[in-house]
Design a protein around this ligand. Structure first.
Ligand code: PAF
Length: 279
């Protein structure tokens, strides 16, 4: 497996022989969700580039950045098990940003002003800055992102299309634990009690799915907030049903036929998100 620490050497290595090139950008702490993206990319491309880079510009909270789980050696072992053909890029901050570690302003059509964007100011500008940089530098033919971060997927697809980038964005289904919890690097921080409670995110989305058509959206919101209030140790941050293309929230007075439900909840200091389509 080829491992590169600088983009200069990696760009030199990439050639017609490595195309079509699929890319899976990650921040490491790889889990089965990441591996499923990588396996799909391996099926659909001649080579697959996996970046492992904890991007400082997408963290609005210093503690969150400092505590982000990093285990490069374990990640490399996992990647080797999947395929020796994977190309890995593990840069230091200056290889990506040079001397100025700062986001660039991207026009995101308001997609960054709701949900995670509202809760974490500047987060999506940080994500798009680094992803845009990877796309410009390595020009992957395809890039794979999980639907767990649905808003991120939509925003990256938006920049790829509006800036007419070569890279086509492929959204991939959420990989879940047996009890429905969406796989995430943050799950590793949960205590065993929190881990049990964490399955409530998926349960609430299923509850919403089965009731969305039957009651007005305002009642659906009350149903979900009551559902969380019954449980100590987990706090609902938001529950929203929105148009999956524009992320525009539905009208409170009407039942919902078709859309996507989004939830964020905190367990102690850990914040988890999930989403599910409706119906
Ligand atoms: O989803 C992530 O892990 C990150 O936001 C990404 C896309 C790798 C950008 O840093």
């Amino acid at each position: 497996m080829k491992v590169f620490k600088t983009s200069q050497l990696l760009v030199k290595y990439l050639s017609k022989k490595t195309r079509p090139l699929g890319m899976v950008p990650t921040m490491g702490a790889l889990h089965l969700g990441h591996l499923s993206l990588i396996k799909r990319a391996l099926k659909e491309n001649k080579s697959v580039l996996v970046s492992i880079f904890v991007n400082p510009t997408q963290f609005d909270n210093k503690n969150d950045l400092e505590n982000y789980p990093i285990n490069i050696n374990k990640d490399l072992i996992e990647l080797r098990k999947v395929s020796e053909k994977i190309i890995v890029y593990i840069p230091k901050v200056d290889d990506v940003f040079g001397n100025i570690t700062k986001s660039k302003p991207f026009e995101l059509a308001g997609l960054d002003r709701v949900m995670e964007g509202k809760k974490r100011p500047g987060h999506f500008q940080g994500v798009t800055t680094v992803v845009f940089h990877f796309f410009k530098t390595f020009a992957p033919d395809f890039a794979y992102f999980g639907e767990k971060d649905f808003q991120q997927l939509l925003i990256i697809d938006h920049i790829s299309r509006t800036l007419k980038l070569k890279t086509k964005i492929i959204g991939c289904p959420i990989i879940r634990e047996n009890d429905g919890l969406a796989m995430s690097s943050r799950n590793s921080f949960l205590t065993s009690d929190q881990r049990k409670l964490a399955s409530l995110l998926f349960e609430c989305l299923q509850l919403a799915k089965s009731n969305a058509k039957k009651i007005p959206y305002s009642s659906l919101k009350t149903l979900i907030s009551n559902f969380f209030e019954k449980n100590e140790g987990i706090a609902l941050d938001y529950f929203i049903v929105a148009n999956p293309k524009t992320l525009k929230e539905f009208d409170l007075g009407q039942p919902i036929d078709k859309g996507r439900s989004f939830v964020a909840a905190t367990l102690g200091k850990i914040r988890l998100i999930d989403n599910l389509d409706i119906p």
